[in-house]
Design a protein around this ligand. Structure first.
Ligand SMILES: [Zn+2]
Ligand SMILES: [Zn+2]
Length: 347
């Protein structure tokens, strides 16, 4: 089978890869029906993701059909349609027992390597081995198409995490920096928490339009002072919650200045380098800073929101390619051609 594999000198290629086999009794083999390209796949190509060097088979956002289940797997059987979390978790380590499965010491995003497209072979291919399958897979209801389900294990769960960590309450004013897939995932989540107003900041017109379609007020970061515009938009009160969904130091500093006294800045963007925090100012306003990655245990709940029509993530999937055309798909995605947001691959 073919798969998207990192090559030396920051290149990718569609090359032959090994078909996966069950290794542990808790494993499942999934026949991939749809995978998505993520910004972090591009980071990995450029060598920015520790543990994902040349030879790594990419892809951690995928849905498919169970082909084979290990002897200890209880919840899944061949033929089941499933979506997987971006990272696996053991369920028994101290982080997992606390419910912070995304920080699992045996899996998790920076844990013992059990991450698709990092320590584990990824999903931009035809078949994938899913470790700890009972923990990390969710069933896809009949009415939910691949094109939405594929976002539950990362885009939606990370956006939801941003809203959840921000402690958004009914009636809150929320500002979101970045209208990429994660920012839009945070936007649809903010409404679920009862936000009264969501203001989205971005520099790309098509992304701002999508945010508008999801009910947000928008600020074009190309024009004027963003922080002033946020304060104007919520009548001089400051946002209750700011979400940073880019990984941009200037946006993070704008987020700090956009919240009211005692407000919360919730960070889910991945930063390329350390950021200096003006703690000598923010401490006097009691600004709370939260950070982290996808609320993976919330996947069944998020799938339910899609099934019941409360959330429609269909508009995020702007382009679909066959796996054979993966290099063209990466070119489009990496260079933000044709107003693309999320690019799907079909084996
Ligand atoms: Zn991702
Ligand atoms: Zn664990």
């Amino acid at each position: 089978m073919k798969g998207v594999v990192i090559q030396p000198e920051n290149k990718l290629a569609l090359t032959d890869v090994q078909e996966p086999k069950i290794k542990e009794d808790s494993d499942v083999i999934v026949r991939v029906t749809t995978s998505a390209i993520c910004g972090s796949d591009v980071h990995a190509k450029h060598g920015f993701i520790p543990g994902a060097g040349p030879g790594t088979l990419l892809g951690h956002e995928f849905v498919g059909v169970v082909e084979e289940a290990g002897r200890a797997v209880k919840k899944f059987k061949p033929g089941d349609r499933v979506n997987a979390a971006a990272a696996t978790w053991c369920g028994t380590c101290p982080s997992c027992k606390r419910g912070d499965v995304q920080y699992c010491v045996n899996g998790g995003v920076w844990g013992g390597g059990e991450v698709f497209g990092k320590g584990l072979p990824g999903a931009q291919t035809s078949y994938i081995r899913v470790a700890y399958a009972d923990n990390c897979l969710v069933h896809i209801p009949d009415g939910v198409p691949d094109e939405q389900a594929v976002f539950v294990g990362d885009v939606f769960s990370t956006g939801f995490h941003a809203a959840n960590e921000g402690n958004i309450e009914a009636g809150d004013s929320v500002v979101i920096f970045g209208c990429g897939p994660i920012g839009l995932g945070a936007l649809v989540s903010a409404w679920q928490f009862g936000a009264k107003q969501v203001i989205c900041v971005d520099m790309l017109e098509n992304r701002l339009q999508l945010a508008k379609n999801y009910g947000a007020q928008v600020i074009d970061a190309n024009g004027g002072n963003v922080v002033e515009q946020v304060w104007e938009a919520n009548k001089g009160e400051g946002a209750d919650v700011a979400i940073e969904a880019i990984g941009s130091p200037p946006a993070f500093l704008q987020a700090l200045k956009s919240v009211r006294r005692g407000g919360t800045v919730s960070v889910v963007g991945l930063f390329p380098a350390p950021v200096e925090i003006p703690i000598h100012e923010t401490a006097f306003y009691g600004v709370k800073i939260k950070m982290g990655l996808g609320s993976l245990t919330k996947m069944p709940k998020l799938m339910g929101l899609i099934e019941r029509g409360k959330v429609d993530l269909g508009p995020l999937a702007t382009h679909t390619f066959s796996l054979n055309e993966a290099m063209s798909a990466y070119d489009l995605f990496e260079n933000e051609k044709d107003k693309c947001l999320k690019v799907l691959l079909k084996p």
